[in-house]
Design a protein around this ligand. Sequence first.
Ligand SMILES: [Fe+2]
Length: 473
Amino acid sequence: MSDETNGKARKVLVVDDDEPFRTTLKDSLIPFGYEVLLAQSGEAAEEMLAKERVDAVVTDIRMADGNGLELVTQVRRKFPNMTVILMTGFAEVKGEEEAFNLGADGFLEKPFKAEALVELLKNSTSMDDLEVVDTKGFYPDSEGLDDDYAKLNIDDFDGDIKIKYDVYVRLSKEKYIKISHDGEDITTERLESYKKKGIAFLYLRKTDFKKYMGMNISMAPLVKTSKMIDKEKKISIFEHTAEVILADVYLHGVNPESFEHARTVVESMTELITDDSDTLNLLALLNGHTDFLYAHCLGVSIYAVMIAKAMHWFTPANIYKVSMGGLFHDVGKKDIPREVLAKPKVEYSPEELKMYENHPVRGVEILRQIPNIPNDILHIVGQHHENCLGQGFPVGLSKNRIHPMARLVSIANEFCNFAIKNPNSPGMNPTEAIKQMFLQNVDRFDPPFFMALMKLFKYDPPESFKKLVKPKG
Ligand SMILES: [Fe+2]
């Protein structure tokens, strides 16, 4: 039966302080052709690993002699190519992505069937064929490699745009593994196996990323006018390019070049989106994305433009300001750790809340670096969390002191918070999202802009609300 293992991990070390559990696991793995070693603690496992080569370590997270995560760290340091799978009896690790961030290749919640572990072992790339980029001694003063790499959504590697650069997987901020060389295609099968392991992003070196971004932008006019590409695909290409730009901005900050690129993409995209079906398709497209922050920013930009057009703001200068203000409204979140952004606000510590509520101010600071940036854009970014009740942040401005474009963008922002999926919400259809906005204190919103949003989705508001919008007399 050894061929069942299909050339992947054959010798497995199971680490668990529960004796009956580890022997049962051993007995159930043997029929699948695995050779199984057992250790009752992290320390015992480390001693064993010093003497014997294994292909995979399967370890409990919490054990009597300490934390299994320490073992993961040790294994990662000493045996970077070894497969590591974490087991837990409680919801300490919330998902595969988190397990992966901890340095593990997979995660199983107890109780599990032996088949589930076998599946993970089979899918785990043994990584023997991968080139490990170790920073030790290479960047002695470096905090890690994160500044040298830029991430792309894994789904983009299976799309229409082929990525002809070296591609990496991130193991930690100090370790990236090359999974494909310049010009190679990554097979769909391989992408699927990464996705199964919870990998949502692949990485390019920053220099390649810039070339890639430049290539996408230079393609923009061709894409926009091409009769060969259908509209849905065009929108999807621009959506991808916008995400690439946002990834760059959130990683490295805004510069005049990225700002100009963003303008090209957002203009192309808003020109393409013209009718009702586009409005809904766009939401589906944004909800299909794994990076909630970029999907949110792009959504806010596009829906803000749609609201502006519904308000008959047609001058290109105004549309430009609304779209760019929408795209960059949250750029001040750039320095807030992703783990914080992924938490519900009620769980924020006072320091985290302070940092969060400062993001509009930080955003203005960042964008001021763009020469000649219009003040209207800075007002949108700085005031997108102010509200008409004077209860917003960072200042608590009264309605009349909030820039009209900021009032408009704040509605697109609230709508996207409900409609586009994020770590705290699965996303919802436009009608539900608008209902949720009504359930909050609707007086926060400037009625004509909120009405314009409802018009986009053919939502009929209560009469009491209509009265707020209709001119008196
Ligand atoms: Fe915000």
